[in-house]
Design a protein around this ligand. Structure first.
Ligand SMILES: C[S@@+](CC[C@H](N)C(=O)[O-])C[C@H]1O[C@@H](n2cnc3c(N)ncnc32)[C@H](O)[C@@H]1O
Length: 245
């Protein structure tokens, strides 16, 4: 398991989305979630999405393994927080209306199994929000080099899941132009502030960072980023799991 305790302090400042993108995301989530009962935010983290949804009157319960991330969420006034594993959720079947997962699917070994577990505890939909870029990012390149060295797992979780349990709704929530210093992005990876680096041994990590600096360092990286929302019916997930078994 990847322990997010080490990044709780800097998580919000390093993962922030532009304000209009965040607003569009919360609008889209609210439209899907409102009136469907309590929502489980599985892998709630610091409450980046749970807090604004709560502010819009959505009843949210947050589940996470990391004590420090949960402490941050609590600091935002979120009350219904549970410490536990998203792959074996401490909840009864159909306890929630819907389940939301943001940047969580790629952290588990089997995204379909996680989707099945999420579908078990809710009555209608499992939602996931994910980002795409039209450019290879420094993170993508780190993952590619890590895969080559044999010490990282493939991270195409949303794509893998779409093959077995295609979403009934797939929406583009926001598209925006991003301009970033590659050195800053490589610095975050070098300091192991991104979870993709956590399982990589020091020597290989050092080699990958040197390769990244040589190939991508010292640039301004312009890209078009897209935030997407996938909505899956619980029956479709169960069906996907059955047919891929
Ligand atoms: C990348 S963060 C995303 C947090 C939040 N959803 C967001 O978008 O800001 C992933 C979160 O999932 C949690 N997590 C990872 N694996 C988990 C597991 N097996 N059970 C519970 N939480 C887990 C981590 O502790 C972390 O808080």
């Amino acid at each position: 398991l990847r322990n997010f305790d080490r990044v709780a302090e800097i998580y919000d400042s390093t993962r922030a989305l532009p304000e209009p993108v965040m607003a569009a995301a919360v609008d889209a989530l609210e439209a899907e979630l409102r009136g469907a009962g309590a929502v489980l935010d599985a892998g709630v983290g610091t409450g980046r999405f749970a807090a604004p949804l709560r502010d819009r009157g959505v009843e949210v319960v947050g589940l996470d393994l990391s004590r420090s991330m949960l402490r941050k969420a609590k600091g935002k006034g979120l009350a219904n927080l549970v410490r536990g594993d998203v792959t074996a959720m401490p909840f009864a079947g159909r306890a929630f209306g819907s389940c939301l997962m943001v940047h969580v699917l790629h952290l588990v070994d089997d995204p379909l199994k996680l989707a099945v577990e999420a579908a078990r505890v809710c009555r209608s939909h499992v939602l996931s929000l994910f980002e795409m870029s039209d450019h290879v990012t420094e993170r993508d390149e780190y993952v590619r080099l890590g895969l080559e060295s044999g010490c990282l797992l493939d991270e195409t979780s949303e794509v893998t899941l779409a093959e077995t349990a295609p979403p009934s709704v797939l929406k583009e929530v926001a598209v925006w132009a991003s301009e970033k210093s590659s050195d800053e992005a490589i610095g975050l990876l070098a300091d192991r502030l991104s979870s993709v680096t956590w399982d990589v041994p020091e020597a290989i990590h050092g080699e990958i960072i040197r390769a990244l600096r040589a190939s991508l360092g010292g640039r301004t990286i312009k890209s078009t980023r897209t935030l997407k929302l996938a909505v899956r019916d619980v029956e479709d997930i169960a069906w996907g799991a059955l047919s891929s078994a």
